[in-house]
Design a protein around this ligand. Sequence first.
Ligand code: APR
Ligand code: PHB
Length: 437
Amino acid sequence: MDACADRRALLFAQRSIGRYATRQKQYIPDSVMSERTQVAIIGAGPAGLLLGQLLHRQGIEAVILEARGRDYVEARIRAGVLEQGTMEVLREAGVGERMDREGLRHGGIYLCFDGTLHHIPMSELTHGRAVMIYGQTEVVKDLIAARLADGGPLRFECADVAIDGLDADEPTVRYTHKGVEHELRCDIVAGCDGFHGVSRTVIPDDVLQVWGRDYPYAWLGILADVAPSTDELIYAHSDRGFALHSMRSPTLSRLYVQVDPDEDITDWPDDRIWSELHERLASPGWELTEGPVLEKSITPMRSFVAAPMRYRSLVLAGDAAHIVPPTGAKGLNLAVADVTLLAHALADHLRAGSDAALQDYSDGCLRRVWRAQHFSWWMTTMLHRDPGDDEYGRQLQRSQLAYVTSSAAAATSLAENYVGLPLDQTAMAAGGTVSRG
Ligand code: APR
Ligand code: PHB
């Protein structure tokens, strides 16, 4: 965005529009701050922030509206595995510098079961592709810093965000900021407001289709002030339930244990967590080092897909349209894939007047989304202990784990999904033949 366009986007025009809004049936007072932009982005998570960044680099104006405060958004601890394609997008977007300096590049993972550690050499199996361990929190901080440095409009603590006029030529997003009511007129509304946001809810019930699954377990995660006890992530299947040893830096470890979904965190003092981690991650000759617990939280496990991801001039991206359980570390990566396609589609639409990419946006995203849904569900059900399962089910899990760790074909399938299939392979091609390249 050039300086003039930026000033235009920031310039509020005070308009007198005392009337009743038809959809919300609420009275709109006489004094509303009104402005116009090309894309109104709702939500400053990774999806909304990266979309703002990609659009900015294409000279497209956007205003980002976030319900929470900056401190909250920058402190939220989430997963931390970036696919190869995600790293490339962040670099191309000009926000990869700290990731490349501080991130930990990993070419493999361990699967642990029946007390044995098995290495999956992902890079060897995928022509050198890898993942980067770099916290989502850090990605968000980098994107916020870039947005503010560019002077791009980013408003925190926006209340009562509501979308209006999707049936008209010019949609409007209404919100309250610092006690003042605002309306933001735009060409496109990008709903990047996560699973609990408002954007998805404005798509009529007879248009929106949803699919999903809740799992009978959750993850209790800790951030520990101790050097990781492993060189690669360890995903462990045990009779006591799943455990994961991940990391954030050479001095910070991130660990998870499977717990019941309605578990009370106060029933899990640090000693109990470490004791479970020792039991579930145990393998001969390997030792887990404990350290002070800096943060502790429980995350439910859910799979969810909503379609279509475009309705009139509203587009959805990221968790607003789909959720995966964290076992395959796909949540952030899917959000990045969505907004990469979306930024191209919006540039074609707003700058070249071509609608083909925008028309294909929903189907293009959903092909990748369903692949990641299957992979995440598969990793989750293979590794967790389902309290409702019987001994037959547990034998199937063991057989699958033995196969994945002994067959090059099965390990390659895990590896290529984990490091991330190329964007064009999942987004563009609806069909196709097996590639041997
Ligand atoms: N108005 C404005 N902002 C909102 C509203 C609203 N009504 N509702 C929610 N938000 C904000 C949230 O506060 C949050 O900051 O939208 C943002 C959505 O961000 P995320 O939940 O992080 O979702 P997304 O950007 O799609 O990122 C997906 O992040 O949530 C993880 O596991 C997920 O890794 C995945 C990735
Ligand atoms: C994490 O480091 O938080 C993490 C790593 C791998 C996962 C999920 C979360 O599959």
